[in-house]
Design a protein around this ligand. Sequence first.
Ligand SMILES: Cc1cc2nc3c(=O)[nH]c(=O)nc-3n(C[C@H](O)[C@H](O)[C@H](O)COP(=O)(O)OP(=O)(O)OC[C@H]3O[C@@H](n4cnc5c(N)ncnc54)[C@H](O)[C@@H]3O)c2cc1C
Length: 393
Amino acid sequence: MSSQTTEFTKGAPLTLLSEEETMFQQSVREFAIEKIRPLVHEMDTRAEINKDLVKSFFDLGIMGIEVPEQFGGAGSTFFNAVLVVEELSHVDASCGVLVDVQNTLVNNAIVRWGTEAQKSRYLAMLSSNTVGAYALSEAGSGSDAFALACRAEDRGDHWLLNGQKLWITNAAEAGIFIVFANANPDAGYKGITAFIVERDFPGFNIGKKEDKTGIRASSTCELMFEDCRVPKENVVGEVGRGYKIAIETLNEGRIGIGAQMIGIARGALEHAIAYSKERKQFGKAISEFQGIQFQIAQAATELEAARLMVYNAARLKDAGMPFVKEAAMAKLFSSQVCEKVTSISVEIFGGNGYTREYPVEKFWRDSKIGAIYEGTSNMQLSTIAKTILTDRL
Ligand SMILES: Cc1cc2nc3c(=O)[nH]c(=O)nc-3n(C[C@H](O)[C@H](O)[C@H](O)COP(=O)(O)OP(=O)(O)OC[C@H]3O[C@@H](n4cnc5c(N)ncnc54)[C@H](O)[C@@H]3O)c2cc1C
């Protein structure tokens, strides 16, 4: 993958891609179709991602897209990360989210707030051979993320972490975890601190893996910390400023989830269009019925609108402009469109759409997560309302 930076062209159409963007898009599209597609059904059935595939994500250069070249990354843009997540998710949303979490949350936190020593050690690993995970949620704190109960105790030359995390994507594969814990509960959310935890740190264990409805090949696990010893130098940013890291990484992460959603919707719709041309009823292809044509036209239109919102939010972010409202809108809308488009795609397949022999039911199952993780749809509405009503963000 090239590492040249993308020029931001003012006034250009949002979907007009630069040479470097086209290259990222094409290479990942081909990879997804040739290498991932044959494995999708098995990975979904076994609820496990193929380990060789994960290795090839590193070889392809898509695990450190924005990581500066000096630390082994591609030194590229956030927009390219969005293109990659869309292309992967158009074939398999589990692969999409693995790469999304790595780039938009884990790498992002270390690139922006990490010390030089953290960057040298961890970004090099994350770009070349180590999967990352991002651990904020707990059983008692989801939407109310800053009510987290995980505690960090200062023991002079190290920290001790105690508590549990829930729902952690990539946990089964990850070697590096960004973990949020409160170092000063009396200060409320201003005690929240981000730590880098390595998988083999003493006192750290990975717990139960969830048996999910969709994105089944993506691992989602519980994490347990029992007097987990974390070196002093593994605090990311400042002690007590973890809430800011969480807010700001998730603001960007949401655009990645938007990309996952438009990828899923596109994947389902492509299958539905192909099927509608093959399936014959009443002596002709069902694509010849206006009822089917209108369903496809409506789905394609809504998908285009969602894509423009996701691309615009990503381009705003790369241009250094405010993007929080646009990111929340893009995630909210693209997850709604995704549920709708995948559902229509199942209907276009008729009875076949309702079986696991055909690919569309999986896209439908995978679509649901978009309204839940990285802030539920109600939380996106709450962010959008705040930005509109108070002009604060
Ligand atoms: C597959 C999967 C992967 C995940 N990966 C990660 C990960 O990698 N890292 C991580 O930290 N977390 C992860 N999560 C957690 C995810 O971010 C949370 O599930 C999500 O934020 C919602 O929290 P909750 O499940 O506790 O739901 P709750 O917060 O209990 O919400 C339940 C319902 O109440 C609504 N609600 C809550 N508060 C309000 C309010 N104030 N106003 C209106 N409605 C409200 C919500 O919108 C929702 O409909 C993952 C979750 C899943 C399912």
